[in-house]
Design a protein around this ligand. Structure first.
Ligand SMILES: [Cu+2]
Length: 132
């Protein structure tokens, strides 16, 4: 019996360690996974495929200000390599903004701009832009 109870105690110890390890994984993994999935969602294609999955930090109508470098300025959309946007928990990246409704001037590739944009159901719209 003594041997059995020792083995049982050892088994319980293993289970406890396993449980603690699992709990640690559960506590840490979702944070990393969430950050990763938010990064993925920031990809334009991903966002347009999942219009309901808005960034929780901002309401759809919020106008966000950021800085970046113009990569391409087209007739309907502009590509901007923007700096990190802590307000949205976004890392620096290049992304496209719709020019629908934009009334301001156009900028050339390479120009550093401060710009404002808002989220719409189809993606992100440029609201205003100016040189830094
Ligand atoms: Cu972006």
């Amino acid at each position: 019996m003594k041997l059995l109870s020792v083995r049982f105690a050892a088994l319980r110890g293993t289970l406890l360690v396993t449980a603690l390890y699992t709990a640690t994984l559960l506590l840490t993994a979702p944070t990393a996974a969430l950050a990763e999935s938010m990064h993925d969602m920031h990809d334009m294609q991903g966002m347009q495929d999942m219009p309901g999955m808005n960034t929780p930090a901002a309401q759809p109508a919020d106008v966000i200000t950021a800085t970046g470098v113009v990569k391409n300025w087209g007739a309907e959309k502009v590509s901007i390599a923007h700096q990190a946007i802590p307000q949205l928990n976004w890392p620096p990246m290049t992304m496209q903004f719709s020019l629908q409704g934009y009334q301001g001037q156009a900028f050339a590739p390479g120009q550093h701009i401060t710009f404002a944009f808002k989220q719409v159901t189809t993606g992100y719209q440029l609201v205003s832009a100016s040189t830094n």
